[in-house]
Ligand binder design. Sequence first.
Ligand SMILES: C[S@@+](CC[C@H](N)C(=O)[O-])C[C@H]1O[C@@H](n2cnc3c(N)ncnc32)[C@H](O)[C@@H]1O
Length: 265
Amino acid sequence: MYDFFLGGKDNFAADRAAAEKVVGLYPEIRYAVQANRQFHQRAARWMARAGIRQFLDVGCGLPTMESTHEAVRREAADARVVYADNDPVVIAHARALLADELRTVAVAQDAREPEALLRDPLTRRLLDLSEPAGVLITAVLHFVPDESDPAGIIARYMAALAPGSAIAVSHGTADNLSAEATDEGERIYAASEDPIYLRSLEQVRGLFTGLELVPPWNGAEPGITEPAKWAGPDMPPPEGADGSVPVLTARGPAVLWCGAAVRPR
Ligand SMILES: C[S@@+](CC[C@H](N)C(=O)[O-])C[C@H]1O[C@@H](n2cnc3c(N)ncnc32)[C@H](O)[C@@H]1O
């Protein structure tokens, strides 16, 4: 469904049918998803500018817009990226695309098991746990129910990584939607393979407990914002998969919150 919203071709009829229902409910969904992807790339580049050279893209999805390794290599040509997802189709795709890439791997692991993901021999091939790492976990944790403790998952990643490590998170919210639209949206996702657990601004803020939030652009207050706010004047727009610059239009009320933070040294 996400690939369809981004204008990709890697989706099935059932995905398209469900995604069309979401578009009917919330026509600005394509804008929201592009803005999320742009936040992902900008946060990754911000980490690379801060000196981070190794990245963990958790719940990486299909590479419909510029991939994480392409984004960070604009800042640091030697950056290493571990892609992880629990969808075998995503991992098969990533491995085919990354076949010629020396400093990227794709790991079939579950985001809810940080220790297993960090222990995986493929991860260990690229990730040095004694050095700071950048974790990107964007538009993923709203597929994780409360009983799997999303805040605890983030804390476990950051505890396992060196001080100075950074994390970027985006998360779906119903804060700006009517109760009817929220119910209908949750029904659409519940009927798909991935039920969705939308969370409030306060709940998303709680995901960053113990971490230092950074500002979305130079000069702004540190904090949680909607993804479109991550557009600092010194950050050129990311490119689409075909090299074009995606045009964001038809902006609606925010349906995602996002933030980036560091583990204090
Ligand atoms: C909406 S896409 C987001 C892709 C990308 N992170 C982005 O923001 O552009 C969600 C991805 O998370 C993956 N995902 C969902 N739950 C997961 C889990 N428990 N472990 C690993 N991946 C998961 C899905 O397979 C999908 O590829």
